[in-house]
Design a protein around this ligand. Structure first.
Ligand SMILES: *Cc1c(COP(=O)(O)O)cnc(C)c1O
Length: 378
């Protein structure tokens, strides 16, 4: 991060003064960990998702891991997922003792290729973990048709798609188990945090136990522990931030879509970068990610990022294809296994896109990209 006030980071949270005042009120209240603010936030989220049960967690990673446990996934089971995501998506599969089975992405959407998912199903496959990369939703109709046909649970890693919709249906309002992240960089933040949307009160009770040491409290003040839980509860300090964010989420998403549209209008097409799908209805535009035309430029991605930084613009990389990480190579994956994910993972760059950006900031980024790439085009 730069201390230069003109530096434009690739993302920045928007926290208003009312939210800061509410956080201060929680800090002064004498009750700062899980309590009334968490219950209010869970109720507000549940209302948003058509009354489905929602429970908060300390992160989406924790919510995903507990979701796998609720779905009964464990040692000996295979879980199919995408190699193009934050590594948490696959790590949680290993954490519950199951095998992560990667299938390549669709080069157009950059999301898991559902055709290939069907081909990867074996008698040991228990679940699929799709990811809405950059907030572009996976085709929910085909996803659930395929899951039904093969008898699979679906644990949606919707960490990036809060506020997105599939054919007008809000992500989270339907489906099986749906996990969201409230990490600082996500569209709705609690600094750190996450939640799981579930199918029944029985699943929600199980989630409550798993997130706090397996404890069930009795009305007489006693308690019991009948399964091994961990420690993954959210604080009221964080929930107060989330409630403040929720008031603005519709405006945040609308503004992100506007800015994304402007990128498409102002982008220099002669550079030869592949742009993401131009979906301004369903995607929540969590990120704007062109692919660098590495074959046509005499410049590495690292050098591009450096050159942009020198112009006062932050650039991220989300993500290298994760099956090539040592942990997954040790489990049998090798270069060439997932050509589409590898192609995208090697070329993707995340440019600034967040609700507080001005229109002129988009123009500035587009001009800087042109300045950096034009001279090195071969
Ligand atoms: C951010 C993210 C996660 C993890 O969320 P945390 O709240 O940081 O644990 C998982 N999957 C995807 C796709 C993400 O973007």
């Amino acid at each position: 991060m730069s201390s230069d006030p003109d530096f434009l980071p690739f993302t920045r949270p928007a926290i208003d003064e009312a939210t800061i005042a509410e956080v201060a009120a929680v800090l002064r209240s004498g009750w700062i960990t899980t309590g009334p603010k968490c219950r209010d936030f869970e109720a507000a989220l549940s209302q948003r998702f058509g009354g489905r049960p929602v429970r908060l967690a300390s992160s989406a990673t924790a919510a995903l891991e507990l979701a796998l446990r609720i779905a009964g996934v464990g040692p000996g089971d295979e879980v199919i997922t995408t190699p193009l995501s934050w590594v948490a998506t696959a790590n949680v599969i290993l954490s519950v003792g199951a095998t992560a089975v990667f299938v390549d992405v669709d080069p157009a959407t950059r999301n898991i290729d559902l055709e290939r998912v069907a081909q990867a199903v074996t008698p040991r496959t228990r679940a699929i973990v799709p990811v809405d990369l950059a907030g572009l939703p996976v085709d929910r109709d085909r996803l659930y048709e395929m899951a039904r046909r093969h008898g699979l649970r679906v644990i949606e890693d919707a960490a990036q798609s809060f506020g997105a919709n599939w054919r007008g249906r809000e992500v989270g309002a339907s489906g099986d188990l749906v996990a969201f992240s409230f990490h600082a960089n996500k569209n709705l933040t609690t600094a750190e945090g996450g939640c799981l949307v579930m199918n029944s009160e029985a699943e929600a009770r199980c989630f409550e136990k798993l997130r706090l040491q397996g404890v069930t409290r009795h009305a007489d003040g006693g308690m019991d522990v009948d399964l091994l839980g961990g420690k993954a509860n959210l604080t009221d300090v964080a929930a107060a931030i989330g409630l403040g964010q929720l008031r603005h989420i519709e405006a945040f998403t609308a503004r992100r879509r506007e800015l994304a549209r402007r990128y498409f209008e102002r982008w220099d097409r002669a550079l030869g970068c592949a742009l993401p799908p131009a979906d301004f209805e369903q995607s929540n535009w969590h990120m704007f990610q062109p692919l660098l035309p590495l074959e046509r430029i005499a410049l590495s991605r690292g050098a591009f990022i450096e050159a942009m930084r020198a112009q006062g613009i932050g650039v991220g990389v989300h993500y290298p294809a994760m099956h090539l990480f040592t942990l997954y190579r040790e489990r049998g994956y090798a270069p060439g296994d997932m050509p589409a994910a590898e192609h995208i993972g090697a070329r993707t760059v995340t440019l600034p896109l967040f609700p507080l950006m001005r229109d002129e900031d988009v123009d500035r980024v587009c001009a800087a990209v042109t300045r950096v790439l034009r001279p090195v085009l071969t």
